[in-house]
Design a protein around this ligand. Structure first.
Ligand code: TYD
Length: 212
């Protein structure tokens, strides 16, 4: 028995969390066992994953080395995969990831523009043990629009990295999508309902394999 693994990717402020809640509700209404996770992070305040998240997003850590940063994301990912994604998938659940390995390629690889992207792919493979999503929905948004949406939130460390950084992240995501069209589907910007409809059009055909 193996479930379905769906990830959402996109720039800051691209509306992933809204779309993930809508998709999860829709799948649950059909009787699916849906488990959602957010990267970087854990499940409980204070657990290892949440503590890694606090380090990564705290604007105080301005001098965090890019390799240290990448390895912290990978550590968070390795823990989620081993402790939660694989067991849930083995039970036939639909696992939805709010960010996954592509985020490291886009942000630490293309965005930081210091590390060879191939090295980021390699570390992803090590951290995940080769677990690749069945479907990745890339919510595309111009960085200016995305950062505008979240301006009121008070920028975290990544959000504060500046427009050129976020332009590179977006271009990186588009490259990832172009290189892996079978897995990664580009969802253009639109109203919440339009984006939800586009997401559903990609998810629905995969449901026959998922247990209810
Ligand atoms: P979060 O507040 O969850 O952002 P969002 O709501 O936009 O998803 O913060 C996650 C931040 O971490 C986001 O700026 C992207 C960054 N990030 C990376 O740089 N690399 C990674 O591998 C992951 C998972 C996230």
């Amino acid at each position: 028995m193996s479930g379905l693994f769906i990830t959402f990717e996109g720039g800051d402020g691209s509306g992933k969390s809204t779309q993930i809640s809508l998709l999860a509700e829709r799948l649950e209404a059909l009787g699916h066992d849906v488990r959602t996770f957010r990267e970087p992070g854990g499940l409980e305040p204070g657990d290892a994953g949440e503590r890694i998240r606090d380090i990564l997003l705290d604007p105080v850590h301005t001098s965090l080395d890019v390799r240290a940063e990448l390895l912290l994301y990978e550590a968070s990912r390795a823990q989620l995969v081993a402790a939660h994604y694989r067991p849930a998938l083995a039970e036939g659940a639909i696992v939805i990831g709010d960010r996954y390995a592509d985020s490291s390629v886009a942000y630490q690889g293309y965005g930081r523009d210091v590390l060879p992207v191939a090295e980021v792919h390699e570390l992803n493979r090590i951290a995940t043990g080769g677990l690749v999503p069945d479907l990745t929905l890339l919510l595309d948004i111009e960085p200016e629009a995305g950062l505008g949406t979240i301006a009121h939130r008070g920028a975290d460390r990544l959000e504060a990295a500046g427009l050129p950084f976020h332009e590179r992240v977006r271009a990186g995501y588009l490259t990832i999508a172009a290189e892996d069209p079978g897995r990664v589907r580009l969802v253009p910007r639109g109203t919440v309902d339009e984006v939800a409809a586009a997401v559903w059009a990609h998810v629905e055909p995969l449901l026959s394999g998922a247990r209810r």
